[in-house]
Every structure is written in C-alpha cells, then in structure tokens.
Design a protein around this ligand. Structure first.
Ligand SMILES: [Ca+2]
Ligand SMILES: [Ca+2]
Ligand SMILES: [Ca+2]
Length: 216
C-alpha cells in the first residue's frame, strides 16, 4: 500500500501476435482500493483504445482517451506512473501519454492486461527518501548538545582526525555554511545558559556545510 504519492515504473512487452490481434493491450493499475474501486491505464494497439478508466462499483468510467496505436511491436517498453493525491502522469518510454487531474489516486499500484498476454519485468516502486534529520549542534549524534560536541568541532577545526563524526553537517550551528570554532563557541555558550540566536538543539541541520579541517 502506498500513500497518495506514487512513483511506479515497469517494463512490459506484448506477447500477442500483432498481425492477428488488432487490439492487443497491457495495463497499469493505480489508486486501487478494492476490486470495485480503482483506476487503470490501458495501452492498446487499436486506435482510440489507449485510455484511462475508473472502475466503480456500478460502472467503468472513461477518464481520458488517447489517439493512435501505442503498442506497435513485441519489444520491452517502459511504463511510468507518477501521482500525487489528485493527479496522475503516465509515460511510455518517457513520452507523456496522459495527464489526469481531479482523481482519487490514493491506493495500490499494479500491472496487468485487459484480455491479452504480456510480460512484465523490472518493477520499480520509489518512495520518498527518509529525511535524516539530526539535531543542530549534536555532532556525535547522542541526542544532546553539550561541550563534547564543541570539543569535537574544535578538534576538527585544528585538523585532528574526527572521521567518525564526519561530515558533521549538524556542527554548523550558526548556519553560515562552515563548521569551525565559532560554532564550537556557540555550543559552549549555549551550555552555560547564554541565549544564542540560533536553533541549537532543534531538529534539522544544514545541507553540506564546508567541513572543518579534520573532516576534509
Ligand atoms: Ca485486448
Ligand atoms: Ca552530542
Ligand atoms: Ca558555522
């Protein structure tokens, strides 16, 4: 089960004899809640049969059709779907085939066909990368910001080997793009109760500040 955002890709080839079967198809499913509630996009050999449909408990609704034949050989092609909570974008070999809005796309994704043979491979479902947060100032990642963190930064600043804590993005507590003794001083000030105008101890660290000497 996925959340509202989908990023789904697979390779597919038709196993039908396209000289004989003029309506060979394969399909991708999205927004699947149950067998009475889902969407599918069908690619078809036949003109005007490539379309997005919504299946409901009472009927199959046409959402959008596309001109032309979209299955023209028995080679592998890449189908890609991306969706957010109400839009879906469908690509075939990087060509945009459909954009549909105002859908209810939250649900499972899948692949199949309407009534023909096809082969599927290399299925990829991408999810949002987990944000590795970290706490500003907590360079040794022990959950607290204190003089130990300041010491690590100071050691690093004079070129001592502190590789275990590198690249140390949480060390740039004044958010000026560099990790150095100024940051260590701010952490020490913080520890002694001096108020500093930086979110020391809060979740979230800057991206890729210039590392201190010992991390370089
Ligand atoms: Ca068919
Ligand atoms: Ca710490
Ligand atoms: Ca800094």
């Amino acid at each position: 089960m996925l959340d509202d955002n989908c990023n789904f890709e697979f390779k597919v080839k038709s196993l039908e004899d396209l000289e004989v079967n003029e309506a060979a198809d394969f399909a991708a499913i999205f927004g699947f809640i149950d067998e009475d509630n889902y969407y599918y996009v069908m690619f078809n050999t036949m003109h005007m049969q490539t379309a997005v449909y919504r299946v409901t408990p009472t009927e199959r609704q046409l959402v959008q059709k596309r001109y032309g034949s979209w299955i023209t050989d028995n080679e592998y092609h890449t189908v890609q779907l991306t969706c957010d909570s109400s839009n879906v974008w469908v690509y075939l070999d990087s060509t945009a085939v459909f954009y549909c809005d105002s859908l209810e796309t939250g649900g499972k994704v899948g692949f199949g066909s309407f009534n023909d043979a096809a082969m599927f491979d290399d299925v990829i479902i991408r999810t949002e990368p987990q944000q590795e947060e970290g706490v500003l100032g907590d360079v040794n990642d022990d959950g607290i910001v204190n003089s130990t963190d300041a010491l690590i930064i100071l050691s690093c600043d004079v070129g001592m080997d502190v590789t275990a804590y590198c690249p140390m993005p949480c060390g740039d507590v004044n958010l000026d793009g560099a990790v150095n003794s100024t940051d260590a001083l701010i952490i020490l000030s913080c520890e002694t109760g001096i108020e500093v105008p930086y979110p020391v101890g809060e979740p979230g660290c800057p991206e890729n500040p210039t590392p201190c000497l010992g991390c370089d």
